[in-house]
Design a protein around this ligand. Structure first.
Ligand code: FES
Length: 89
């Protein structure tokens, strides 16, 4: 799944790491928005072979947990910050 950004293309870029590699997002993006606009997902499903990209996108379903600077966080409720480390589980 890839999300295409249609608005706010002029917000400043932020650089962070995703699973140890370089990645970038726009200021104000949530981690989930960043992942989806990068064309990737949050994790693989524990019940099947499909990737997961969050479900509710509003902090209710717990489907988007990953590690942000070593601490479990919801991708949909966490804003990307410059230098942040994001690790998918
Ligand atoms: S997508 Fe549901 S809590 Fe993040």
């Amino acid at each position: 799944m890839t999300v295409v950004r249609l608005l706010d293309q002029d917000r400043p870029m932020l650089h962070f790491t995703l699973d140890g590699g370089p990645a970038e997002a726009r200021q104000g993006d949530t981690v989930l928005t960043a992942l989806l606009t990068l064309g990737t997902t949050v994790r693989t499903s524990e019940f099947g072979d499909g990737p997961r990209a969050g479900f509710c996108w509003m902090g209710a379903c717990q489907d988007c947990f990953l590690l942000v600077d070593g601490v479990a966080a919801r991708a949909c409720g966490t804003l990307v910050a410059a230098g942040m480390s994001v690790v998918r589980r």
